[in-house]
Design a protein around this ligand. Structure first.
Ligand code: ADP
Ligand code: MG
Length: 582
C-alpha cells in the first residue's frame, strides 16, 4: 500500500500531509513550520528558492519573486484583472512551472518527514476552478513528479475535515472560506458518509490581501508609496485579531521619513468592513441555490486565515443568524481534508465518499445561436448526460458543435470551451441523428463525445487543449449577469424561436397561396396577406420585439388554419386519386 499525500496548494500558503496509522496529520519543514508560503524566488544565478525564504526576498527582488501564481494558472496568457508585480516571461517560467516548484518543495518536506519517497497526491483547488485550471494544476503535480490521484474542491475538503467524526449523522453545513486572495462559500450535505456539494459561490478577487492593501493605503503618508506599507499592515492586521489596538512602527521607510502610529481595532474595523460585507450576497445566493434556509444549517464552518478576524466571525454570525463553528484550524482544514481524501483513496480510511458539483452549466450551441444546456450548474459529479440533435437544413453534410460553459440564454454570451465538426451523410431536413454526450469525471474534467448514429462514427472533443480564456472573476460575473440579464435573455430567446417559426411560416404560406390560386376567396386572401405582412414587418423591425413577432405569428397561423385544413384534404384526395381509390 503506497502513501498518498494530501496537498492544499493555496494562493498564499500551501500545506502537505498524510494519513499516518489511521490519523490524518500535516507535515512540518526543517524549521517546524507546517505552512509554506506559496512564493518562489528565481535568483539571477539560476537557483530557485520556495517558501518563507522566497518571501523574505520579495522586498529586495520583487521582479524575481513570484507570489499568488494560483491566480494565473490555467489561463491563456495571464490576462485578467490581476496584474502581478513580476513578469513570468522575463523570469522565463510559466504559472504551471512555478506551481510545480511549490509542489516539489511540498513533496520534499513530506519525504524528509516520512523518510521515504512518495509519488502520489491529492490536490485541492477552489470550487470555481474551471476545466483548464484543474488540468493545469494536475499537470503541475505531474511536473513535480507526483501522480495526481484526485483533484478535490477546497470547501469539500474542509467539510470532510469537519465531518469525519460525524459520519453517521445527517447534516447540512456551509463552508465560509476567506483566504489571502479569494472568498468561497459552499453549502454541503453530509449523509451516511456521503458528502454532497449543494451549491457554491464566491469572489475570486476578495481576501486578506485586499485588507492589507487598504490598510497600507490608510497608513501611507501623503506622497509615499503605499506598497512599502503592505508588510507592516499585514502584521498589524494579524495582531488586531487578538488585541484592541496596536502600534505600527516603520523607521526611515524611504531613507528619511519614519512612520509611528497607534491603530485601534475600532478604526481598523471601520476600514475593512466594506470588504467583509461583500461576502453577504454570495452567502445568500449559495443558500438560495442550495434551496436551504439559514436556520436549516447544522453548522457554518470557518476556514481560511482571514476568518481569524473577529469582525469576520461577528459578520458571519449576523448573515447566518448563528455562531459559526470554529472547531477547525482555519489555516489547516482544507489541507486536512485533502489528507483524508488521500487516505480514503489509499485505503487507510474507509466509509467516506465525495461528491462535488459543476460550478457552471455546460451545453452546446443550437440552431439560431441559442444555448442548449446539457449539464446544469450545480450537478453532482461525476456525471454523464447527452442529447440527440438533427440537421436544421436539407442537404447539410456536417454539424458544428460548439461546447459552451455559462448561464446565459444566448450562445454568444457564454464561453466556448471547444468546437468540433461532425460529418454525416447529406439528407432531408431532420434526417441526421447526432448524439452528443458530456461526461465529467471525478476531477471535474469534461469530455465530449459526438456520434453520428447512422454511421456510428465517433468524434471525441479534446477540451483539455482548449485553455479557456476566462479569469476567475468572470465566472462569478457570469452567474450574477445571468440573473441580471434573465429577462433580456429570455426576450432574445423567444425572439429567436419566433424568428425561426416566422421564417418557416412565410414561404409555406406564399407557396400555399400560389398553389390554391382561385380556390382562395379574395376576402380570405386579404386576411392572410395582411397577417403575413404583419409578420414580415415585425421580423424586419429595428427593435427585436419578441412578443409582437410571436403575436403576429399566431395571427398568421390562425388566418391560415382553414387553408391548411383544405391543403391537407386536397393532398389526401390527390393521393387517393393517384392510388385509384377515388
Ligand atoms: P490561501 O487559502 O489564499 O492560501 P490562507 O487561508 O492561508 O490563504 O489565508 C491567508 C490569509 O490569512 C492572509 O491574508 C493572512 O494575512 C490572513 N491571516 C492569517 N492569520 C491571520 C490572523 N491571525 N488574523 C487575520 N488574518 C490572518
Ligand atoms: Mg485556502
Amino acid at each position: 500500500m503506497s502513501l498518498i499525500l494530501g496537498i492544499d496548494l493555496g494562493t498564499t500558503n500551501s500545506l502537505v500531509g498524510v494519513v499516518d496509522s489511521g490519523f490524518p496529520i500535516l507535515l512540518a519543514d526543517e524549521e517546524g513550520q507546517r505552512l509554506t508560503p506559496s512564493a518562489v524566488n528565481y535568483a539571477a544565478d539560476g537557483s530557485i528558492i520556495v517558501g518563507a525564504a522566497a518571501l523574505r526576498k520579495r522586498a529586495l527582488e520583487p521582479k524575481r519573486t513570484v507570489t499568488s501564481v494560483k491566480r494565473l494558472i490555467g489561463r491563456r496568457s495571464g490576462e485578467g484583472d490581476w496584474k502581478p508585480p513580476y513578469q513570468l516571461s522575463e523570469i522565463g517560467t510559466t504559472p504551471l512551472q512555478v506551481s510545480a516548484e511549490i509542489l516539489k518543495r511540498l513533496k520534499a518536506i513530506a519525504e524528509r518527514a516520512l523518510e521515504q519517497t512518495v509519488s502520489r497526491a491529492v490536490i485541492t483547488v477552489p470550487a470555481y476552478f474551471n476545466d483548464a485550471q484543474r488540468n493545469a494544476t494536475k499537470q503541475a503535480g505531474e511536473l513535480a513528479g507526483l501522480t495526481v490521484e484526485r483533484i478535490v474542491s477546497e470547501p469539500t475538503a474542509a467539510a470532510l475535515a469537519y465531518g469525519l467524526d460525524k459520519l453517521s449523522e445527517r447534516q447540512k453545513i456551509a463552508v465560509y472560506d476567506l483566504g489571502g486572495g479569494t472568498f468561497d462559500i459552499s453549502v454541503l450535505e453530509m449523509r451516511e458518509g456521503v458528502f454532497q456539494v449543494l451549491s457554491t459561490a464566491g469572489d475570486t478577487q476578495l481576501g486578506g490581501d485586499d485588507i492589507d492593501r487598504a490598510l497600507a493605503q490608510h497608513l501611507c503618508p501623503a506622497g509615499a508609496d503605499p506598497v512599502r506599507f503592505v508588510e507592516v499592515a499585514e502584521v498589524a492586521k494579524k495582531r488586531l485579531s487578538t488585541e484592541d489596538s496596536t502600534r505600527i512602527d516603520l523607521p526611515f521607510y524611504d531613507g528619511t521619513n519614519s512612520l509611528s502610529v497607534e491603530l485601534s481595532l475600532a478604526e481598523f474595523e471601520k476600514m475593512m468592513r466594506p470588504f467583509i460585507e461583500r461576502t453577504r450576497g454570495h452567502c445568500l445566493r449559495a443558500l438560495n441555490d442550495a434551496g436551504v434556509k439559514a436556520d436549516e444549517l447544522d453548522a457554518v464552518i470557518l476556514v481560511g486565515g482571514s476568518t481569524r478576524i473577529p469582525l469576520v466571525r461577528r459578520y458571519v454570525a449576523e448573515i447566518f443568524g448563528r455562531e459559526p463553528d470554529i472547531s477547525q484550524n482555519p489555516d489547516e482544514a482544507v489541507a486536512l481534508g485533502a489528507v483524508i481524501q488521500a487516505g480514503i483513496l489509499s485505503g487507510s480510511l474507509k466509509n467516506v465518499l465525495l461528491l462535488d458539483v459543476t460550478p457552471l452549466s455546460l451545453g452546446i450551441e443550437t440552431f439560431g445561436g441559442l444555448m442548449n444546456t446539457i449539464i446544469p450548474r450545480n450537478t453532482t459529479i461525476p456525471c454523464k448526460a447527452g442529447e440527440m440533435f438533427t440537421n436544421a437544413v436539407a442537404n447539410q453534410q456536417d454539424m458544428l458543435i460548439r461546447v459552451l460553459q455559462g448561464e446565459r440564454e444566448l450562445a454568444k454570451d457564454n464561453w466556448e470551451l471547444g468546437r468540433v465538426v461532425v460529418p454525416f451523410p447529406a439528407g432531408a431536413k431532420g434526417s441526421a441523428r447526432v448524439g452528443v454526450q458530456f461526461a465529467i469525471d471525478a476531477n471535474g474534467i469534461l469530455q465530449v463525445l459526438a456520434r453520428d448514429t447512422a454511421t456510428n462514427t465517433d468524434t471525441l472533443l479534446e477540451i483539455q487543449n482548449t485553455a479557456v480564456d476566462v479569469d476567475d472573476e468572470r465566472v462569478e460575473q457570469m452567474i450574477s449577469e445571468s440573473v441580471e440579464y434573465a429577462i433580456e435573455d429570455m426576450n432574445e430567446r423567444i425572439w429567436t424561436e419566433a424568428k425561426l417559426k416566422a421564417e418557416e411560416l412565410l414561404p409555406a404560406v406564399d407557396a400555399a397561396l400560389i398553389q390554391f390560386g382561385d380556390a382562395v376567396s379574395d376576402e380570405e386572401r386579404l386576411i392572410i396577406e395582411t397577417a403575413a405582412s404583419h409578420v414580415r414587418a415585425s421580423l424586419h423591425a429595428d427593435v427585436h420585439d419578441a412578443k409582437a413577432l410571436k403575436a403576429a405569428n399566431q395571427l398568421l397561423d390562425d388566418a391560415t388554419q382553414e387553408l391548411a385544413v383544405r391543403l391537407v384534404e386536397r393532398a389526401m384526395e390527390e393521393s387517393l386519386v393517384r392510388r385509384g381509390l377515388l
